[in-house]
Design a protein around this ligand. Structure first.
Ligand SMILES: Nc1nc2c(c(=O)[nH]1)N[C@H]1C(S)=C(S)[C@@H](COP(=O)(O)O)O[C@H]1N2
Ligand SMILES: [Mo]
Length: 306
């Protein structure tokens, strides 16, 4: 549990970094067992530990993570969300869980989160546009939350919705996408221990531009699957259609797994630029998480199910 100073942190980030260290100590004394690994990765501990250690040295700066964003509800430019997202009111916040489950309901965010133990997960994050980051999320496994609602045998997929409120989210006054932003996962993807609901970054609560107060993080999929500012979770039998599929089904599929061997129709996906670096890196199959998640797609043609 030793924290080295991440190379990506510059001097101006030092306040963030010390806050981050402070919070980590606090979490540790709360008795969260393996913060870096997450208990459900126990079967793959050595691998996961080695990867977390590597990624610790590659952390993207807090400044970059919070000022270079995609959140079309606040504009389509990368710097728009940091400038505009202050109009979003994240408290009070409630989340509705319904559909194919025995225990649906609407919950105040505090009540929803109370039983969840937050831990840190350092994940690669790869946007379909060709940039990437390494982000130290605070969050918990989505699957642990979903189980509480007792999904039925018909719950083959999970669907998520972002808040719909053009007054708080002025980008929704323009029809760049169909609003609200929606996303979906197959139930086994949603239940996979790598899939997180995030509430923070660098040990601090999420800023609005990163999807406060609650956003999805699916590290082996392109960034647009990681839907922000969630107000609804719905279990269903049929595969839902995501916002980007609705916008352009030829370019964006339901699965959207990071895959250097399947190009986007307008550009190659073989390489990526890590924000904060100039050289390009090779994009890894399933974003480097193949050991954990390749089995989910056994026998599937990933060129067809892109
Ligand atoms: N509601 C909503 N969620 C969203 C988006 C969005 O425009 N609206 N953009 C997606 C895209 S394309 C990416 S790359 C990530 C960016 O997350 P970040 O800004 O926290 O890095 O959020 C995803 N989630
Ligand atoms: Mo993205």
């Amino acid at each position: 549990m030793i924290i080295r100073k991440p190379q990506a942190l510059k001097d101006h980030d030092v306040t963030d970094e010390s806050l981050y260290r402070g919070r980590r100590k606090f979490i540790k004394t709360m008795g969260a067992g393996s913060i870096l690994l997450g208990s459900s990765l126990a079967g793959n501990v050595l691998n996961a530990k080695a990867r977390q250690d590597d990624l610790k040295n590659e952390l993207t700066s807090y400044k970059d993570i919070t000022t270079y964003n995609n959140f079309y509800e606040f504009g389509t430019g990368k710097s728009d969300p940091a400038k505009n997202a202050h109009t979003l009111k994240t408290s009070p916040w409630s989340v509705t869980v319904d559909g194919e489950c025995a225990k649906p309901g609407s919950f105040a965010l505090e009540d929803l989160l109370k039983p969840m133990q937050t831990e840190e997960r350092i994940y690669r994050f790869r946007c379909v546009e060709g940039w990437s980051m390494v982000i130290p999320w605070m969050g918990f496994e989505l699957g642990k939350l979903l189980k509480r609602f007792e999904p039925t045998s018909k719950a083959k997929y999970v669907y998520f919705e972002t808040l719909l409120d053009p007054e708080q989210m002025p980008g929704q006054k323009r029809s760049v996408l169909e609003w609200p932003y929606v996303e979906g996962l197959r139930i086994d993807e949603a239940m996979h221990p790598l899939t997180l609901l995030a509430t923070g970054i660098y040990g601090k609560d999420l800023l609005n531009q990163n999807g406060a107060p609650l956003r999805l993080v699916v590290p082996w999929k392109y960034g647009f699957k990681s839907i922000k500012s969630i107000v609804k979770i719905h279990f269903l039998e049929e595969q839902p259609i995501s916002s980007w599929q609705k916008a352009n089904a030829v370019e964006y599929g339901f699965y959207s797994n990071v895959n250097p061997n399947v190009d986007h129709p307008r550009w190659s996906q073989k390489r990526e630029r890590r924000i904060g670096e100039f050289r390009k890196r090779k994009t890894l199959f399933l974003n480097g998480y193949a050991d954990e998640v390749a089995a989910l797609y056994k026998g599937m043609d990933l060129k067809k199910y892109y």
